[in-house]
Design a protein around this ligand. Structure first.
Ligand code: GH3
Ligand code: MG
Ligand code: MG
Ligand code: MG
Length: 313
């Protein structure tokens, strides 16, 4: 059916664009013990359309970094205390591993200190008082690069979900956040029901469109910090930060109903699609994503066996 294929393609493209740009404002984490500078810079960045999180201590800064997933960090390294220094060094290592730019802003103009900051992975070093215009342009360039990496490497092209590669980074961050701060999180595997049949009946392009619609639906319905990853085929993984299993169960049941309510129209037929999910929660003994995925997979298997269109725990 050539005409509906054309329709499908356009709609898929639309979905992809919506997923990537919808209401997007870069999140900037600002860490500095200088209140006046923080207040001033926060206002400046908000005027530029950024969402700004501010931390006045290294400890709070690291916590926000791990909990909120910023797109860029602006940092004054000269926060007093040996412990603070160690925490900020940890943050730099994490940021480097996660491709998050770190821009330093400091009154310290000793070339040896500046060189050392670059060696530790700082991407830019600005002296106070800040040359505002240059700072804002370079920040924008850094964020553009960061978003470019995110969109090309970390986003699955067909559906707009995050890619499997990005899952490892995010899971590592959540597991560490759990052990350090006791923040709960839940993990769910989602798999579309009888999807082979959908492809066989309506064609592969329609299947592709449904995959994109599924992710679009989840992205619209989830909380901001929840993340959707495509593991492959019609199988997805969701991470629910700050969420217990009971809370995630309610959310997933809402998704089951909401997605099932979407009516697809193809070749003069209308139909609905369902999915099944297996859910688990981070617990103390867990040190990696692998056992969580195994548990979620076992639960998914049960959901399928019990008739599909349901969540099992
Ligand atoms: P179950 O309810 O047990 O999950 O049944 P199922 O048919 O969904 O499961 P199965 O694993 O047997 O088949 C998955 C199907 O998903 C097979 C394949 O054609 C389809 N599929 C996988 N990746 C894609 C894709 O990228 N696009 C499309 N259109 N279909 C895909
Ligand atoms: Mg299957
Ligand atoms: Mg399936
Ligand atoms: Mg499958």
């Amino acid at each position: 059916f050539p005409s509906s294929e054309q329709e499908v393609k356009e709609e898929t493209e639309q979905v992809n664009i919506t997923v990537v740009t919808e209401g997007f404002k870069p999140l900037v984490l600002l860490i500095d013990d200088d209140h006046d500078f923080v207040n001033f810079t926060k206002r400046l960045l908000e005027q530029e359309g950024y969402v700004v999180l501010a931390a006045l201590t290294a400890e709070k800064g690291l916590q926000l970094y791990m909990n909120q997933r910023p797109d860029c960090v602006i940092l004054d390294f000269v926060i007093p205390g040996v412990q603070s220094f160690a925490l900020l060094e940890q943050l730099l290592i994490k940021a480097k591993n996660e491709f998050i730019p770190v821009m330093m802003v400091s009154a310290e103009d000793d070339p040896a200190v500046i060189l050392e900051a670059y060696r530790k992975g700082v991407t830019d070093y600005f002296l106070k008082p800040l040359q505002q215009d240059e700072f804002l342009v370079r920040l924008k360039n850094r964020l553009d690069t960061r978003m470019g990496i995110q969109n090309s490497v970390m986003i699955d092209e067909l559906t707009g979900a995050f890619s499997r590669r990005f899952l490892d980074i995010e899971a590592k961050r959540l597991i560490e956040t759990y052990h350090r701060y006791g923040e709960h999180f839940s993990v769910a595997l989602l798999d579309l029901d009888h999807f082979k049949q959908v492809n066989d009946t309506y064609g592969h392009p329609v299947g592709d469109r449904i995959l994109a619609e599924f992710v679009h639906y989840l992205n619209q319905s989830k909380r901001k910090l929840d993340m959707v990853f495509r593991l492959g085929g019609e199988e997805f993984l969701m991470l629910f930060p700050h969420t217990t299993k009971d809370q995630a169960l309610k959310t997933l049941n809402r998704f089951l109903e909401g997605f099932h309510d979407i009516v697809f129209h193809e070749a003069e037929q209308s139909f609905q699609v369902t999915f099944s999910a297996g859910l688990t929660e981070m617990i103390e003994q867990t040190q990696s994503l692998q056992p969580l995925m195994e548990e979620a997979d076992q639960a998914l298997y049960e959901a399928k066996g019990n008739g599909r269109n349901q969540v099992a725990v």
